[in-house]
Design a protein around this ligand. Structure first.
Ligand code: MIC
Ligand code: SF4
Length: 754
């Protein structure tokens, strides 16, 4: 089934004129990213050369995708806008709430029972508002989007940071918070800071053990977790065209791990092949007709330094497989240096579990290459040393790899197949023994490896590698095994080497699935009832946040000064908390419980300034709220890194935190805070972080003349009676200041729809 062919055709019909106009207005050849951005300007936006990294621009995305853990909040917000239908094609995907424990069928059944209320809510609200609904078990949002909806040259937003995966099919696809999705579904424009452009030129060709995953693992090492902030990464060159479409998806997917707004590739043969293999020959044909507009101009790629803000070159022929981690996805170690790195850092070298799959790496190609290694276990008389698990990205992939015998081969090495869902990637892994908190090593082909992310154990060291390398390391049971050079001793005591992986880009017999798990919405949803029980523990209707009182904020207490890495996983943990994603008050009980308090180096232990006693972060904040006192959260660099979850912004808002002041923000989180009517501030002088003391009483002044580009000031009233004033910066534009004053963007939409 081809979804929304008319929409795609319409985009392509208008593309040549729009791209020509942009080329003319900018007076130079265009990158692909610019072609897509400029052809998606919101109606009436004047076409000029928007300053990269400075100008806020209104766009008109073609579609919206949401996953169940974020869709609940997005749709609870949408439900309050008074709209009858979504304004652009939108979908919901049930993938985050399924716990991986035993195996696919058992786990899925359990999830369907446990999450019945939430699935029923999402299914009926989708039905009501004209949203396509993908049932639990259908697959992970990004894989399903790549298989069904993504199209070259399109623009989409999604309530998940890995929405960027669709760049593998030549889209500009961007992760956002639910409030942004709500705007677009309500028929409003979507605002984005005009990104800077990073060009990655890929020369040579991948071979042997190297795979697309290694490209992004290397890029992550170069750019680090914040090097891509507010940038679009555009890949080009012979190395790009020689790679599969799904491989490109993997690279774009993990662009989220360098903080990039998104990543993309120009339309090529690999994309056409993928579109055809997934039943979309008509889309490939339509794209072929405008293909010059679906890639960067030749002058740009011939002379990239002139057109991109930064250019990185990677020679794929020389690329070595990498293993990134632990605890951060940018700690990149080429496989030949792992022995040394592990010894130096004292990482446990025994691999306990190898996990492949997830939205990042579960293409047919990935699985077939991994299976070529699994086959060698019996052929070479080996025994797999580590546990091994697979989480297929979609039912289409699962059914096909089952049909082609791959799952049988994996079964022979003792593998467990989990449901087509996020599972261990997001802490929905009921791993036996994890509660003992033993120090141990796992290797996976997912994208993130922050502390506690996979199994909740802070002492699990998770390393990220390609599915091929994960499989090889699981067979060897050893993190320092380098399959390119090392041998293994088999059951007969012989020394054997693994042959390099080989596989098929696409299934020679085609993709197949008996039931892909899609539910189309009702033609007319006006009579569909959506109910939320008032005593529900899982769902809670939203109330409008209070508006700004028109005065400076005085007498705020310091809630926490977070030390070091503070990702959205630290601010609003996932795993067991995912079940409260539709209930703001309940999920607020996880607010910042993973952040390290600078003053005592502990998690979830902060001083309650009203009593002088230490308590949990949520309870301390609830005490301030009850006393009618505002508070401040202070953070380090790249605060809010990682996911798109707006709960990380809504929880502090709901519990009465007034402002968040950090050295720097991750893009999505900063926007989420603004959308919810919070103050998101950065130190003008990063050293001032040291001036914030545990017992400070804080004033934020300058709000009565809150203006774009004009700093605000923070007055620190220290306990010893001394006072310090700091300059703090913000990036609010006029509209965002309006959100702040109105108590949140949703209040503005509501006011306008009455
Ligand atoms: C993730 O990978 O961290 C998630 C879970 O998919 C999140 C979304 C969420 O928190 O619901 C993301 O990346 O945006
Ligand atoms: Fe799911 Fe993990 Fe992908 Fe996020 S990164 S969508 S949790 S599989």
């Amino acid at each position: 089934m081809v979804f929304d062919l008319n929409l795609i055709q319409k985009t392509y019909n208008e593309l040549p004129t729009k791209v020509d106009a942009a080329r003319k207005a900018l007076g130079r050849p265009l990158t692909l990213a610019e072609k897509i951005l400029y052809s998606h300007l919101w109606k009436g936006v004047e076409l000029t050369d928007f300053e990269r990294g400075k100008a806020y621009v209104d766009f008109a995305p073609d579609r919206v995708a949401m996953q169940d853990a974020t869709a609940q909040m997005a749709l609870l917000q949408f439900d309050t806008t008074g709209r009858k239908q979504v304004a652009v094609p939108s979908t919901v995907h049930c993938d985050h709430l399924i716990v991986a424990k035993n195996e696919s069928t058992v786990d899925l059944k359990k999830a369907v029972t446990e999450n019945e209320e939430v699935y029923e809510f999402l299914s009926s609200i989708s039905n009501k508002y004209g949203i396509g609904f993908w049932k639990p078990g259908a697959g992970i949002i990004h894989q399903v989007v790549l298989e069904n909806y993504a199209f070259p040259g399109g623009m989409m937003i999604g309530t998940d940071s890995h929405t960027v995966n669709a760049g593998g099919l030549g889209m500009v696809a961007i992760g956002v918070g639910g409030a942004d999705a709500c705007d677009v579904m309500a028929g409003l424009s979507w605002e984005l800071l005009m990104p800077t452009l990073i060009g990655v030129k890929l020369t040579g060709k991948l071979s042997g053990w190297a795979s697309p995953k290694d490209v992004i693992l290397k890029v992550a090492g170069i750019l680090t977790v914040k090097g891509g902030t507010n940038a679009i990464v555009e890949y080009f060159g012979e190395g790009a065209t020689s790679m599969s479409c799904t491989g490109k998806g993997t690279i774009c997917n993990m662009g989220a791990e360098v903080g990039a707004t998104t990543s993309t590739f120009g339309y090529d043969e690999s994309m056409s092949r993928y579109l055809k293999a997934t039943g979309r020959a008509a889309v490939a044909e339509a794209a072929d007709a405008v293909k010059a507009h679906l890639t960067g101009d030749p002058e740009v790629y011939a002379n990239p330094e002139k057109y991109f803000d930064r250019v990185i070159e990677i020679n794929l022929t020389e690329l070595e497989p990498h293993i990134n981690g632990p605890y951060t996805p940018d700690l990149a170690t080429p496989i030949s240096q792992m022995k040394e790195a592990a010894a130096k850092n004292n990482w446990p070298t025994k691999v306990e579990v190898g996990l492949i799959g997830s939205c990042t790496n579960s293409s047919y190609e990935d699985i077939s290459r991994a299976v070529s290694l699994a086959k060698q276990v019996s052929e070479k008389g080996l025994k797999t040393k580590a546990e091994f698990t697979i989480t297929p990205g979609s039912e289409l992939v699962r059914y096909t790899i089952d049909r082609d015998g791959f799952l049988d081969t994996f079964a022979q090495i003792g593998a467990t197949v989990f449901a087509n869902a996020c599972g261990p990637c997001i802490g929905m892994w009921d791993r036996m023994g994890a509660e003992k908190q033993e120090r141990n090593t796992i290797v996976h082909s997912f994208n993130r490896n922050f502390s506690k992310r996979a199994d909740g154990n802070p002492n699990t060291l998770a390393f990220v590698a390609s599915p091929e390398i994960v499989t090889a390391l699981a067979i060897a049971g050893d993190l320092t095994f380098n399959p390119l050079t090392d041998s293994l001793i088999n059951e007969k005591g012989e020394s054997v080497k693994l042959d390099p992986p080989s596989g098929d880009e696409l299934p020679s017999r085609g993709f197949e699935a008996e039931d892909a798990g899609y539910q189309a919405p009702a033609e007319d949803g006006t009579t569909v009832q959506v109910s939320v029980k008032s005593d529900s523990k899982r769902l809670q209707l939203l109330y409008p946040f209070p508006t700004w009182k028109g005065q400076d904020l005085k007498g705020l207490k310091l809630l926490i000064k977070a030390k070091g890495k503070c990702t959205t996983d630290h601010i609003s943990m996932a795993g067991p908390w995912l079940k409260f994603r539709g209930h703001l008050d309940n999920i607020s009980n996880n607010m910042l419980i993973g952040a390290i308090n600078f003053f005592n180096e502990k998690t979830d232990s902060v001083k309650n300034q009203l009593t002088g006693e230490y308590g949990t972060v949520p309870l301390t904040q609830r005490a301030y709220k009850a006393a009618g006192i505002g508070s401040l959260v202070v953070g380090d660099e790249n605060y809010g890194e990682g996911s798109s979850r707006e709960h990380a912004a809504m929880e502090p808002r709901h519990l009465g935190v007034s402002a968040v002041l950090v050295k720097s923000f991750a893009r999505i989180h900063e926007t989420n805070l603004k959308k919810q009517g919070m103050l998101a501030l950065t130190f003008s002088n990063k050293e001032d972080y040291t001036k914030i003391q545990e017992d400070d009483n804080i004033d934020i002044v300058g709000l009565t003349s809150f203006t774009p580009g004009k700093p605000l000031h923070l007055v620190l009233n220290h306990k010893d009676g001394s006072i310090e004033t700091l300059e703090v910066l913000h990036s609010y534009n006029e509209q965002q200041i309006e959100w702040f004053k109105s108590g949140g963007a949703l209040n503005v939409i509501r006011a306008n729809s009455i």
